[in-house]
Design a protein around this ligand. Structure first.
Ligand SMILES: *Cc1c(COP(=O)(O)O)cnc(C)c1O
Length: 362
């Protein structure tokens, strides 16, 4: 039996692609599959997204683009991140589009490169803050120009008006460009912006987190019509009595105040189950919520089954850490992070099992 498995429903990914495409009606959809598709498995999710109608794929780094191509994934592919010389060679060899914001970088690109000029409308990370330079880059790109883009800093916070400010800045810059060059692909919206602001859709949208059925606002994915794709499942590996006064785990952070029964579950931060969940998460053991107790270690967690645990739980019983009834949003809230990080944190030691509504995907 695998220690811990991330079961990923590719039908859910397909459903989410269609839901987001409908929300962004008219715009093309670029499925963001960076960071191993937020932990869900890049290749399988890329193919599922394409089959469901995604026109483009996007990743952060050139190596991610190269590995998708090595796996035989075709179609338009955008590398959104920064590129050093070596990365640039990889990205171009992968026939990926790349992002530019610097004149010297652009000048050195071959005539066959395809570029997207990025205006930094307020994210303050990549892109140029200067719309005049951005327009100059557009002119200098010539036939290499494929698109124009920006990225929002606060789309996930509905109450924050900064997104409108960014949208105004981007629209003011891109408006005349769009009129002059209607073939360009103009894109700005991440998941939250797609759901929140139709004016941000332009020609293409770039959903990441919502593709996986995670709510970009950290609230209720179902309310947005999204289906969570991932369940993180392990099992009970050992069950033992713990007398009052006995403890479990490093640092003895849990000392039983009554006789109880503990289950040991073979998943830990070496699998991507964050140590920050120590003392703060419940897991589902055979369908019943049970508190995780003691320090999360690299390879195991322990769960308090209560005094009747030996009668109620057996070795081999399924343990759900994320799944139906226990959302990534809830795990995130309990461990002071965001749903993005709960799934993206899953490490290679966690097996990925892709399926379509329960039927193994080959
Ligand atoms: C990661 C990323 C996205 C996707 O963001 P989500 O919030 O996951 O939808 C879109 N655009 C850029 C530039 C990104 O880095």
């Amino acid at each position: 039996m695998a220690r811990a498995v991330a079961r990923v429903d590719l039908d859910a990914v397909a459903h989410n692609v269609r839901t987001l495409a409908a929300a962004a009606s008219g715009a093309r959809l670029c499925a963001v599959v960076k960071a191993n598709a937020y932990g869900h498995g890049a290749e399988a999710c890329a193919r599922a997204a394409q089959a469901a109608g995604a026109d483009w794929l996007a990743v952060a780094g050139a190596a991610e683009a190269a590995s998708l191509r090595e796996a035989g994934v075709g179609g338009r592919l955008l590398v959104m991140g920064s590129l050093d010389d070596e990365d640039l060679g990889l990205a171009l060899a992968a026939d990926a589009d790349i992002v530019v914001w610097d004149e010297a970088f652009l000048a050195a690109l071959p005539s066959t490169a395809r570029v997207h000029v990025k205006l930094d409308s307020g994210m303050g990370r990549l892109g140029t803050r200067d719309p005049v330079l951005a327009t100059r880059l557009v002119e200098q790109a010539g036939a290499r120009l494929a698109g124009a883009m920006t990225h929002f800093a606060t789309a996930d916070d509905r109450a924050d008006p900064f997104m409108d400010e960014q949208l105004q800045r981007f629209t003011a810059w891109v408006g005349p460009l769009r009129a002059a060059r209607p073939e360009l692909v103009v894109h700005a919206a991440n998941s939250a912006a797609i759901l929140r602001e139709p004016a941000a859709h332009f020609d293409m949208v770039r959903p990441g987190v919502a593709l996986y059925g995670l709510d970009p606002f950290g609230e209720d994915a179902a309310a947005a019509g999204l289906r969570p794709a991932l369940a993180l499942v392990s099992h009970v590996a050992a069950v033992k009595r713990c007398r009052a006064g006995e403890s479990t785990g490093y640092g003895r952070r849990f000392v039983a105040d009554r006789d109880t029964v503990l289950a040991t579950v073979p998943v830990g931060y070496g699998d991507g189950w964050r140590r920050a969940t120590t003392g703060r998460a419940d897991v589902l053991v055979g369908g019943t919520f049970r508190p995780q107790v003691g320090t999360v270690s690299m390879d195991n967690i322990t769960v308090d089954l209560g005094p009747a645990g030996l009668d109620e739980v057996a070795v081999g019983d399924e343990v759900v850490l994320v799944g139906p009834g226990l959302s990534a949003e809830e795990v995130a809230a309990r461990s002071e992070t965001i749903n993005y990080e709960v799934t993206t944190a899953l490490l290679p030691r966690t097996a990925r099992a892709h399926h379509r509504s329960g039927i193994p995907a080959g």
